[in-house]
Write a protein that binds this ligand. Structure first.
Ligand SMILES: CC(C)(COP(=O)(O)OP(=O)(O)OC[C@H]1O[C@@H](n2cnc3c(N)ncnc32)[C@H](O)[C@@H]1OP(=O)(O)O)[C@@H](O)C(=O)NCCC(=O)NCCS
Length: 223
């Protein structure tokens, strides 16, 4: 009996398999959660939410040059969007906006896509504080994971989370990610080198798919 091979080898089809795409929707407490490519016109909402949510977001995000108010001003979005779009066109990233009932609500990104015999990437996300605790991030992680292992042809996804980030740890547990270890002083977050737990999932572990699993667990429904 042959061993099933998950994921698509680099060069087997498109240079950016699974992109662009619009996974979802899944219905959760907050509303209908769906993913779509980030757009230039997301800048207004992106900036409004991120300037308001500075305290909520900054302590978990990688340290970057310049003040928060500059990096998250409306005028900063076009350069970020163009950079994400360029990476997506090269097959290195899948930068999704998370929408709830059609409105921009956050971002979920599959980044550092490596193909060949690794076919691996990381996943990162944030959601507007107005929607906290209503199942949005969990639904987005399930949708993006199913997409990564389906149309995008990947085999493994990793997520790294600070041990203090209770909400994000809960999201990964609910979505079905496995804790693999602790990376010491892994990432410069909020101005210091922070320990991170490494969570991961491979295609073989997803069975019928994480979105269907959320539905079966009563955490989401299909429209
Ligand atoms: C982490 C984040 C994306 C979660 O988004 P969300 O849409 O609220 O997530 P969900 O509603 O799907 O799930 C959150 C879970 O954490 C729980 N939770 C939230 N805050 C919590 C806290 N302070 N302590 C304990 N549990 C908490 C919620 O109750 C919920 O679990 P439940 O369904 O069992 O009740 C959001 O908080 C965020 O954007 N944080 C800032 C950025 C960030 O941390 N990104 C991830 C970096 S690894």
């Amino acid at each position: 009996m042959s061993t099933p091979v998950y994921g698509t080898p680099y060069g087997a089809e498109s240079r950016h398999p699974g992109w662009p795409a619009k996974p979802g929707p899944l219905l959760v407490t907050a509303g209908a959660v769906a993913l779509r490519p980030v757009r230039l016109r997301d800048g207004g909402e992106w900036s409004r939410i991120r300037l308001r949510d500075r305290e909520y977001l900054e302590k978990w995000e990688p340290t970057a040059a310049g003040p928060w108010t500059d990096r998250n001003a409306g005028w900063a979005w076009p350069a970020q969007w163009a950079s994400l779009r360029s990476l997506a066109r090269r097959g290195q990233c899948l930068p999704f906006a998370i929408t709830v009932d059609g409105a921009f609500a956050g971002q979920i990104t599959i980044g550092n896509v490596i193909r060949a015999s690794l076919r691996s990437a990381w996943v990162g996300y944030w959601v507007s504080s107005e929607l906290a605790g209503k199942g949005v991030a969990t639904a987005a992680v399930a949708l993006v994971t199913d997409h990564a292992f389906g149309a995008a042809g990947l085999h493994r996804l990793e997520a790294t989370v600070r041990p203090e980030n209770t909400a994000s740890l809960r999201v990964l547990a609910k979505a079905g990610y496995r804790q693999e270890g602790l990376f010491r002083r892994y990432l410069d977050v909020a101005g210091a080198w922070r320990d991170h737990y490494c969570f991961a999932i491979t295609a073989e572990e997803t069975g019928e798919g994480l979105a269907d699993r959320l539905v079966a667990a009563g955490r989401a429904t299909r429209p």
